[in-house]
Design a protein around this ligand. Structure first.
Ligand SMILES: *[C@@H]1O[C@H](CO)[C@@H](O)[C@H](O)[C@H]1NC(C)=O
Ligand SMILES: *[C@@H]1O[C@H](CO)[C@@H](O)[C@H](O)[C@H]1NC(C)=O
Ligand SMILES: *[C@@H]1O[C@H](CO)[C@@H](O)[C@H](O)[C@H]1NC(C)=O
Length: 619
């Protein structure tokens, strides 16, 4: 009955209040605190009429008798009696992520939403003509995973490029590039990424590794964290980088002892090369969305929070181009397969505000306009995450602060003042404190409200910092799988003591009452929530038997919540997704295992099927 009272609550406010219309569900709650209520009445009215037209025509909604989506049929509402379910799952172990009913064995879906959960005799009342019933024979069902940090289109693009993820030898690195050269025309760029020099002992790759095999093809290969790239000599030549080029602000051109560029460019130095790389075509980007979405579904991911093609040094236009060329295009043609919550560069907050004022945060049940993002520092792998103490091997390097504090503060203040959610990338301990300080100052100026400030990564924290996340109710949007890649690297770069004391403090954050949201950072690491859950539970790095700081291991329950309900709260979508609760969208994942005890102990499972809005989307 949750859904009932929720819809009624919606209807009890003036209907000209566009975000309150429960057609799309997603997003209505945002209106409660959006300060931009003073758009003209006419705009609201026409937006409302347009929305009405859309929802009446949406085939998904099937406006038959007793539909959820007939908001004016008040008699219908009052006489609403158990309608017929479209789909019923039974004989399952349904983990709901909802503390009011943590487990159920049956679930009924109608019109894409969850109608009822409980025992079979209770759910069976909704079985009628046309109901499809699935006997799951004791298998586990969990809410659709929400990946809180993804670069979706770059991920999809990377699926068709040189893949260097996991390469652990220089020879293999060179071989994969050679393979790509074989398939390319002379003159065309060879692009790829995912390499991690820590896997072959740490030596940074150089143009000279590739020059002999790539005389006619410029090459650009980004490191897995996106904070470094390797150009071959032809690419350097095209980009005009020589021994006379100076390091830009916030970036480094790596050089040989004699001052020649090695080909490796760090952070904003990547800007020397970026402009010479041909734009990816619209067609490639659309195909990337499709590939990426299908891949996400195989992993049980039904919603992602997208940080797009925005990296330090990249153009702020790219996210907006993808929004119009790819996402809106796909949505208008019914081609969206997963739900996306989009974040845009903080510099462009007023552009986002304009769009939100016109259409609301919920563009459709597929596209949610999230908020804005900026960067505080670089990454650990590139020695550019900002710390209080220097890198062990570089006693003068504390990392890079990639954004001017006052500018960041001014923009955050303005965006927050208009009700936009702000997310800032911070990896090093000092960067995290810097952003927590800034968030505090913004709060002091703009006053209390439900704003859910986010810090993306929150990877290395000083002793008092988890408590600050809790006190300030900041979302820690963290990526458990990074822990596997970083174990050796962090120990080497920070020293064992610092690495152990301050890295990936998931349990400390939870104990401090911080909001934990899990994600992958794909394509930096794979989209793989079940892997992330197991990693958060076990924290066992590759080639190791022991947990990395066992006291930071999470229970299966906490890990699942961080990938579902807590991730939904972190992006303001908890009214529609994140738990299996009557009234929410029926996004769920069927796992391969039928033993909850084994899963809770070991965290091993694989995805057997993924449902989005009650419809099987994978396989
Ligand atoms: C099934 O669930 C209903 C509703 O929650 C409850 O009233 C009933 O007692 C339950 N039946 C059994 C056999 O547990
Ligand atoms: C740069 O390289 C050129 C050609 O290799 C050389 O003649 C010159 O001395 C170098 N300049 C510096 C500042 O190292
Ligand atoms: C930030 O805002 C203040 C007050 O409006 C202004 O004086 C200052 O110049 C701004 N700083 C930057 C870097 O934009």
């Amino acid at each position: 009955m949750v859904s009932h009272s929720r819809w009624r609550a919606c209807l009890s406010v003036p209907l000209s209040y566009k975000e309150q219309i429960p057609v799309f569900g997603i997003g209505w709650v945002r209106a409660q605190y959006s300060p931009e209520m003073n758009s003209s009445y006419c705009t609201l009215l026409s937006a409302f009429i347009a929305l009405l037209a859309v929802f009446v025509s949406l085939p998904l909604l099937r406006p038959d008798a007793h539909s959820f989506f007939m908001p004016f049929n008040f008699e219908g509402w009052l006489s609403w009696r158990a309608p017929t379910a479209d789909l019923v799952l039974r004989n399952a172990v349904i983990y709901t992520s909802d503390d009011s009913l943590p487990f159920a064995d049956s679930l009924a879906v109608r019109n894409g939403r969850i109608l009822r959960l409980g025992n079979y005799s209770y759910v069976k009342e909704l079985v009628g003509f046309g109901t499809k019933e699935l006997n799951l024979k004791g298998k586990i069902v969990v809410p659709g995973f929400i990946d809180s940090h993804v670069h979706l289109i770059p991920g999809g693009l990377q699926m068709s490029r040189v893949q260097l993820r996991g390469v652990s030898e220089r020879d293999e690195f060179v071989r994969r590039v050679k393979e790509a050269v074989r398939k390319s025309k002379p003159g065309s760029w060879i692009l790829g990424g995912g390499w991690n020099n820590d896997l072959w002992g740490g030596a940074l790759p150089m143009a000279s590794w590739l020059d002999e095999i790539t005389p006619y093809n410029p090459v650009w290969l980004s490191r897995m964290d996106g904070h470094m790239g390797l150009a071959n000599s032809l690419a350097l030549k095209l980009a005009g980088v020589t021994n006379l080029s100076e390091d830009p602000n916030g970036g480094t051109i790596m050089r040989t002892p004699t001052g020649e560029p090695t080909g490796l460019m760090i952070d904003s130095a990547m800007n020397f090369v970026h402009p010479y790389i041909p734009e990816v075509s619209i067609g490639e980007r659309r195909e990337a969305l499709n590939k990426a979405s299908n891949f996400a579904l195989t992993q049980g991911v039904t919603t992602i929070v997208d940080f797009g093609r925005f990296f330090p040094g990249s153009s702020i236009e790219l996210s907006w181009e993808d929004f119009s060329d790819v996402y809106q295009w796909a949505d208008s043609l019914g081609k969206m397969r997963i739900r996306v919550c989009l974040f845009f560069p903080l510099e462009t907050w007023s552009r986002l505000l304009d769009v939100v004022n016109k259409v609301g945060h919920a563009m459709s049940q597929w596209i949610h306009l999230g908020g804005v993002k900026a960067f505080a520092d670089g990454s650990l792998g590139s020695n550019s995450a900002l710390f209080y103490e220097p890198y062990v091997e570089e006693p003068h390097n504390y990392g890079l602060q990639v954004s001017d504090y006052e500018k960041l503060f001014n923009m955050t203040l303005a965006a927050d003042n208009y009700g936009l959610q702000v997310a800032i990338h911070a990896i090093g301990d000092r960067a995290n404190d810097l952003i927590l300080d800034m968030y505090d100052s913004v709060l002091a100026k703009n006053g209390m409200r439900d704003r859910r400030f986010r810090i993306e990564h929150a990877q290395h924290l000083a002793r008092q910092t988890p408590a600050r996340f809790g006190e300030q109710r900041i979302v820690a949007s963290v990526q458990p799988e990074h822990l596997l890649d970083d174990f050796e690297c962090a120990t080497k770069k920070l020293g064992l003591d610092r690495a152990q004391r301050g890295s990936y403090l998931f349990q400390s954050l939870l104990t401090s009452n911080a909001q934990l949201a899990f994600g992958s950072d794909w394509p930096v690491v794979n989209i793989n929530p079940l892997g992330g859950i197991r990693t958060a539970m076990k924290r066992i790095p590759p080639n190791s038997k022991d947990a990395w700081v066992p006291s930071e291991c999470l229970s299966v329950d906490d890990a699942l919540k961080a990938y579902t309900i807590s991730a939904a709260q972190a992006c303001f979508l908890d009214n529609d997704i994140g738990s299996l609760t009557p009234g929410k969208l029926a996004d769920f994942v069927l796992l391969s295992t039928d033993s909850w005890d084994d899963f809770a102990a070991e965290g091993y499972a694989s995805v057997e099927a993924t449902y989005v809005g009650g419809v099987k989307a994978y396989p």
